[in-house]
Write a protein that binds this ligand. Structure first.
Ligand SMILES: NC(=O)c1ccc[n+]([C@@H]2O[C@H](COP(=O)([O-])OP(=O)(O)OC[C@H]3O[C@@H](n4cnc5c(N)ncnc54)[C@H](OP(=O)(O)O)[C@@H]3O)[C@@H](O)[C@H]2O)c1
Length: 273
């Protein structure tokens, strides 16, 4: 089993920590909030220590602090990290180039490998979607080890970095779109006379069941939809109303808004660093 250093164990860091512990990895945690650090020290498989000690002993370093904190932090830690250890950043909007510049070649000529990762909040329940973009200097073994670590909280795909803004618009922000769909379905069902708690149960299980069918089937979403849409039936009436009210146009606008904002945020962080 590999040794992982986790620097920053807030919401996303803790989700990653729990998943990695479940897989039996040993995790060295550095967390600046003393109350959280004390709580985490109670978990089996966790050793809480300084960030410098953690990264020096690690096969993989995962950094899960806020985007505005990460560049200075990895720059400070770089000289303590082994040459073969990849540094994985989950910070939104922080580019591979900015990370590489922060850990620029030291006197010994070492350029550490960095990996930019974009997780989403279902990682908290082990069902995350994580897209990673390794730096050009990353070896196949470093990428495989990172995939193994991150897959403890969901599915992992490798994408070219220029696609990270699109990934952010789809899977990064996507859970909130589904929460909004759930809200809208529940409100509409309550207006039809269902109790709010019952409407919630029915909506949640419907979304969960449909998502499970999508994942387990090789059919396109349109085929699954067609299979449950009889001509002139209830589903056909609903789908016709959703199309007439331009659901597709709403999602096109939503994803392009998120995409544009992600590009802007990456540019803001790049000009700060
Ligand atoms: N939450 C999400 O859904 C999500 C999704 C995608 C990506 N991300 C990325 O994940 C990263 C973390 O987000 P989060 O929501 O988990 O933030 P968070 O809850 O604020 O967690 C960050 C933690 O790191 C600690 N920390 C800060 N500097 C540190 C240092 N030098 N050494 C050790 N610990 C340090 C913070 O302690 P203090 O509070 O004392 O500063 C805090 O407990 C962000 O870069 C974000 O872009 C998050």
């Amino acid at each position: 089993m590999s040794t992982v250093a986790l620097i920053g164990a807030g919401k996303m860091g803790e989700a990653l920590l729990i998943g990695m512990l479940r897989r039996g990895h040993e995790v060295l945690v550095a967390e600046s909030n003393p109350t959280r650090a004390a709580e985490l020290a109670e978990l089996d498989g966790v050793e809480v220590c300084t960030a410098t000690a953690a990264v020096a002993a690690a096969d993989v370093v995962i950094v899960a602090v806020k985007p505005h904190q990460i560049i200075e932090l990895v720059a400070d830690l770089a000289s303590s990290i082994r040459a073969t250890t990849p540094i994985v950043s989950v910070a939104a909007g922080i580019s591979v180039r900015a990370l590489e510049a922060a850990v620029a070649k030291d006197e010994a000529g070492r350029q550490l490998a960095v990996i930019r990762a974009m997780p989403n909040t279902p990682a908290l329940v082990g069902e995350g979607m994580i897209a990673i973009s390794p730096s050009a200097g990353c070896s196949g073994a470093q990428v495989s080890m990172t995939i193994e670590m991150l897959s403890s909280v969901g599915q992992v795909v490798v994408v070219p970095e220029e696609q990270q803004d699109a990934v952010t618009a789809l899977s990064g922000s996507g859970p909130a779109y589904i929460f909004l769909v759930a809200e809208a379905m529940i409100d509409a069902a309550v207006a039809l006379g269902l109790e709010p708690s019952q409407a919630r149960d029915l909506a949640v299980q419907t979304i969960f069941g449909a998502a499970t069918m999508l994942r387990e089937s090789t059919d396109a979403p349109a085929v699954l939809r067609g299979n449950v849409t009889s001509p002139n039936g209830t589903t056909a009436a609903a789908i016709e109303a959703l199309e007439r009210n331009e659901l597709r146009a709403a999602f096109t606008a939503a994803l392009s808004g998120a995409h544009a904002r992600s590009i802007e945020m990456t540019a803001e962080f790049s000009s700060d660093s």
